[in-house]
Design a binder for this molecule. Structure first.
Ligand code: AMP
Length: 212
């Protein structure tokens, strides 16, 4: 299956994408994670991306389309894949079409802006392995709540999860990404799932929507 996850930043699409990935045995590809990895490695691309990402703005369509074209050409994508955070603009949706990718379903995780802001303040990410947690909804299983349950490293708040940036990311979502709900709805691909307070409940709704 080829699945896209849509939803405002903080709606929980990354978490659900990972769970569907495990269930179906196909990779979940997060553009945000690819970009953050380049930043961490200090590549020339990463240096340019850092400024954009920290303000909560989007990278240019051509750059992201190129990045994703390469990624989905890799071997592990042969039997399908999940896109988490791509496409994010009409230009990217068109780019994906031009790559000849036939999408089976688009899962839109809906959460109100007010709830997003509440949720974002609890988001934590592992400094070393990138695992994501939430102080309330998805706490680290580690005894020390400031450390990662997977690798034991320190958990931090991402620069782009800071309140001012979150507000900008939500504006960017409404201005540039929300139009994709309509775009995929017209193609008969959109499945909307109401993001629930409890993570497992959202997962049940997501799996049911996908029929998996
Ligand atoms: P995410 O982890 O998906 O919330 O992405 C974090 C940040 O990476 C976004 O706020 C953007 O700055 C950048 N980014 C991720 N995906 C895209 C995309 N498809 N197009 C442009 N920028 C992106």
């Amino acid at each position: 299956m080829k699945i896209i996850f849509l939803g405002a930043p903080g709606a929980g699409k990354g978490t659900q994408a990972e769970l569907v990935s495990k269930r179906l045995g196909i990779p979940a590809i997060s553009t945000g994670a690819i970009i953050r990895e380049a930043i961490k490695n200090g590549t020339p691309f990463g240096l340019k991306a850092k400024e954009i990402i920290e303000k909560g703005n989007l990278l240019p369509d051509d750059t992201v389309n190129g990045l994703m074209k390469e990624r989905i050409a890799e071997d592990d994508c042969k039997n399908g894949f999940i896109l988490d955070g791509y496409p994010r603009t009409i230009g990217q949706a068109k780019g994906l079409e031009e790559m000849g990718v036939e999408i089976d379903a688009v899962v839109n995780i809906y959460v109100s802006d007010e709830d997003i802001i509440k949720r974002m303040s609890g988001r934590r990410v592992c400094k070393a392995c990138g695992a994501t947690y939430h102080t309330i909804y998805n706490p680290t299983p580690a005894e020390d709540k400031n450390t990662c349950g997977k690798c034991g490293s320190e958990l931090i708040i991402r620069a782009d999860d800071l309140p001012e940036t979150v507000k900008n990311r939500l504006d960017v979502y409404h201005e540039q990404t929300a139009v994709l709900e309509d775009w995929y709805s017209k193609k008969g691909k959109l499945l909307t799932v109401e993001g629930q307070e409890v993570l497992d409940d959202t997962t049940k709704l997501t799996f049911a929507a996908l029929g998996i």
